[in-house]
Design a binder for this molecule. Structure first.
Ligand code: MN
Length: 700
């Protein structure tokens, strides 16, 4: 993070030229054919086109396309066509030059790619839902025409994220949000794992600056110890590798800050348990494909000779690669201090494929037609969806987004039948996949003979059974408890139907009383659409007059006075002091708060980034209402134990309680008065200690 200091025009010119020289050097050092002339021509063309223009940081604009070209060659390993397109990628968008001008100088191929990049810049998620979906559709269309478009777009996004510090805070939120929402999943799907990791880490850094700093600090504190353990572990292996004449490198792998954060948040695991996982990667140079596999196993023996090896954790993907093309040999061996260390053995080529995924295919293109990869078949799915788009723009976007992430998992029914579901599917998704009626009456799941709630995420190999009840009906919250478009569509349909029925009953009642005319038609649109149409609706919107404009350049201090807070909350997530929150300024200059991870906040920040205001919690003198849901096995006296734990052991005030039991399962909703988010954690921890309570979590 360095400010750009103004320089003399001559110095600036020298700096720009030397940045471009680095691109050329990286290109010349690669295996590509040496088409230097056209790259130099693209550089001169772009430099002339962006002449006199500067980035927000103050540096000459041309440094951005040069940096993108550098990523394209150094990190993606693409060739001259892509390098030229990267250098020219903002020319049509930002200058008076047209596609025709580019085609006249560089030919149709490069012009096509630049045009593809032009169409999708300006943000995938525009100001309106229809524009978002349309932009996304264009992105996918240009991608299916030439995948280099999306690869260069990734490089562009990566450079923008690396230089995000120079943007205004609300822009940072918008760009970071879009990165997590669209680009990171896309990078994952394309197999660009390294880039995906960096995008996530950078987005995380801007979304949760304190948490990011905290994790980085912990990682720094513990790095010496980690290095020591790994070094001791690999020393004897190094000696054997050297003696056998291997050219290799050994890397100690550290989990990314974002993945640590995610694990801590979703699995509620303390930092100590996560950072304590060690992994080592051996990458060896190899010029004989026939020897690749044998060498992997030879290195394997170097580890097994001196170490205790975990028998269940040998993974051989050298002969049969994973669906995404990943090949490697994995083992887990005992290191110093009795710690298990995972070892990944890969040739350089295997490593390139693992880090670069689809982009590595260019590096190793042999001319032989390879069989259809998982990515190809996924691209065909996307083409199908594009050919038959759903009428609702946002549903379309969601469907595609789900498809981006999906790889398949397999679960077994009690009878041993195999069901295939997208990865990330929950009990509820499975229920709907079995049959709509099963889904609509689903109460809970029994996974590997253990009771789990509807939102439980399934894993490959699970044995899964669905518990239903005739009295069960779909709830609004179910939309958050499922992953597949199929389940969501069915739930939405059922909710609409229930609403119409209620309305009809209400109207009949009204008619009977000969009272007021028929009510407004109820919103039939999907939840997402409603949110977009009226993004700042809040509970008490009409009760207060328009306020003074909120100064968005300053941090807005939240005063959570229970009677007159200086902000509002929305029904979707009801944040309380201590939560990570985002503030949005509505039309009446009220600050509306959302939890950072609330779905609505995700949409708002990508779509209405300019309305964001940075917030911080002020003093918290009052108490707040929160809801906690508890799931477990039903038995006599359990309700009493729950209430005792809260009112007697913890001395807290229960404000609302409802319990519902079905067969062996119960579900309980509690409303409590608390002072902070930490207190809620304490309560949940205490509840989980009660026998037969399987889940206790905050729901609002
Ligand atoms: Mn750009």
């Amino acid at each position: 993070m360095t400010e750009y200091l103004p320089q003399s025009p001559q110095d600036e010119d020298r700096m720009v030229d030397s940045a471009f020289r680095e691109v050329l050097q990286a290109y010349l050092a690669s295996n590509h054919r040496k088409k230097v002339e056209i790259i130099e021509r693209a550089y001169r063309f772009a430099k002339e086109a962006h002449k006199g223009v500067r980035r927000r940081s103050g540096e000459p604009y041309i440094l951005h396309p040069i940096a993108v070209a550098k990523i394209v060659i150094s990190e993606l390993g693409l060739g001259s066509t892509s390098i030229c397109a990267a250098l020219l990628h903002d020319v049509v968008e930002d200058t008076e030059y047209t596609r025709e001008d580019i085609e006249a100088v560089f030919g149709a191929k490069i012009a096509d790619i630049v045009e593809g990049l032009t169409k999708i810049s300006g943000g995938i998620l525009g100001a309106q839902s229809s524009v978002q979906a349309e932009n996304f559709r264009k992105l996918l269309l240009s991608m299916s025409a030439d995948i280099r478009v999306i690869l260069i777009k990734m490089a562009d996004r990566l450079h923008n994220m690396r230089t995000l510090w120079s943007m205004r805070p609300e822009k940072q939120y918008k760009i970071a949000g879009e990165t997590l929402y669209v680009y990171a999943p896309l990078a994952h799907r394309l197999g660009l794992f390294k880039i995906k990791m960096e995008l996530e880490d950078l987005a995380f850094k801007y979304e949760h600056p304190q948490k990011y700093a905290w994790i980085m600090e912990r990682l720094k504190e513990t790095s010496d110890k980690r290095e020591k353990i790994v070094e001791e572990f690999v020393r004897p292996v190094r000696e054997k590798l050297d003696a056998a004449g291997f050219k290799y490198e050994i890397k100690a792998r550290v989990k990314s800050a974002y993945s640590i954060f995610n694990k801590m948040e979703t699995k509620k695991v303390p930092f100590e348990e996560i950072y304590d996982l060690y992994a080592v990667r051996v990458i060896f140079e190899n010029d004989d494909d026939a020897m690749e596999k044998i060498k992997c196993w030879q290195i394997y023996t170097f580890f097994t000779d001196g170490h205790v090896v975990h028998p269940d954790r040998l993974r051989d993907w050298t002969s049969i690669p994973k669906a995404n093309g990943y090949r490697a040999l994995h083992l887990t061996a005992m290191g110093p201090e009795g710690k298990w260390i995972e070892v990944q053995i890969r040739s350089r080529k295997m490593d390139d494929i693992a880090e670069l995924g689809y982009a590595a295919h260019w590096k190793y293109k042999t001319g032989v037609h390879e069989e259809e990869t998982e990515l190809d078949s996924w691209m065909n799915t996307i083409k199908d969806i594009l050919a038959n788009p759903e009428p609702n723009a946002i549903d379309f976007l969601e469907t595609i987004k789900l498809n981006l992430l999906s790889s398949e998992i397999y679960v077994f029914t009690p009878k041993g039948d195999l069901m295939t579901l997208p990865a990330g599917s929950t009990v509820l998704d499975l229920a709907f996949a079995i049959h709509s009626e099963v889904g609509l009456h689903c109460m809970a799941g029994k996974i590997n003979h253990k009771l789990v709630p509807l939102a439980h995420v399934l894993e490959s190999g699970d044995q899964a059974e669905i518990i239903t009840s005739a009295s069960q009906t779909p709830k609004q919250e179910w939309l958050q408890a499922c992953h597949t478009a199929r389940a969501q569509n069915k739930i939405r349909g059922a909710l609409r139907k229930a609403m119409r029925q209620q309305q009809a009953e209400g109207q009949a009642e009204n008619a009977a009383k000969a009272a007021s005319p028929a009510a407004e038609p109820a919103p039939k649109r999907s939840l997402m659409q409603k949110l977009l149409r009226n993004p700042f609706s809040s509970k008490r919107r009409n009760e207060e007059p328009t306020r003074e404009p909120v100064d968005r350049s300053k941090v807005f201090i939240l005063h959570p006075d229970a009677r007159h807070p200086n902000y509002r909350t929305d029904s979707c997530c009801s944040p309380i002091p201590g939560d990570d929150v985002l503030g949005f300024v509505d039309d009446d200059e009220n600050v509306v708060l959302h939890k950072v991870h609330c779905d609505k906040a995700m949409m708002l920040k990508t779509t209405f980034g300019s309305r964001l205001v940075a917030t911080a919690w002020g003093e918290t003198p009052e108490k707040f209402l929160v809801s906690i849901s508890i799931d477990g096995l039903d038995r006599q006296g359990i309700l009493e134990e729950i209430t005792n734990t809260i009112s007697q052991k913890l001395g807290m005030n229960i404000r609302g309680l409802s319990i519902e039991a079905q067969d062996e399962v119960f579900h309980c909703d509690l409303t409590l008065q608390v002072d902070s988010a930490e207190t809620v954690e304490t309560v949940c921890d205490a509840l989980k200690k009660i026998k037969d309570v399987k889940f206790a979590q905050r729901t609002s």
